[in-house]
Design a protein around this ligand. Structure first.
Ligand SMILES: *[C@@H]1O[C@H](CO)[C@@H](O)[C@H](O)[C@H]1NC(C)=O
Length: 181
């Protein structure tokens, strides 16, 4: 009896953590608040940052910059390569820009500041589907796809990359432990 309830407890904890693992994450572009700028060296710092991270459908990117001086333009691949800013897919100029990924694939961003894209202020982000990301982690029944909108716009995120996953997971574990004892 006791062992049955503890395995139930274990299993529900596992399920909870599994579902939380698929929760959206916010990434602060470049890892710090002053990253959206013309690279100081020839190294492609923004794309290096993007390549070092794993983005999934449902995640969001957060840009911080001076609204009066800069902007974030989402453009096509062609316009990314040629730094053509005349006809962006989306233009963000508010100083705190949040873009949520609703599909997998490549996203192309360039600065809207005069001449900045030509000087390297641009970034490609490749987003993986949630299903792909979860494969191999969960032996349980097929995980529910999280295709819905990401967490509400996080304009108040203080420029800190919010990794909700780990914090929530820890909270749940603590909560379940409290429940068990
Ligand atoms: C930029 O793209 C627009 C269409 O999106 C095009 O009309 C224009 O000629 C392009 N400019 C350059 C410099 O390629």
């Amino acid at each position: 009896m006791a062992s049955m309830s503890s395995s139930l407890l274990f299993f529900s904890t596992f399920l909870l953590i599994s579902s939380i693992s698929s929760e959206a994450k916010d990434f602060l572009v470049g890892g710090s608040t002053d990253s959206w700028k013309i690279p100081t060296s020839t190294s492609d710092t923004l794309n290096k940052w993007a390549e070092a991270n794993r983005f999934q459908v449902g995640d969001s990117l957060v840009w911080r910059y001076e609204a009066a001086k800069d902007s974030v333009l989402q453009v096509t691949r062609e316009d990314y390569l040629s730094c053509n800013t005349s006809n962006p897919i989306a233009a963000h100029k508010d100083g705190t820009t949040v873009v949520s990924f609703h599909r997998s694939g490549a996203y192309y961003f360039v600065s809207g500041a005069e001449g900045a894209c030509q000087k390297g202020q641009k970034m490609i982000v490749v987003v993986m589907s949630e299903r792909h990301a979860l494969r191999g982690i969960s032996p349980a029944p097929a995980p529910v796809d999280y295709e819905g909108p990401a967490i509400a716009p996080t304009s108040g995120s203080n420029g800190v990359a919010v990794v909700k996953r780990g914090v929530l997971g820890a909270l749940v574990v603590l909560g379940m432990m409290g429940f068990a004892f």
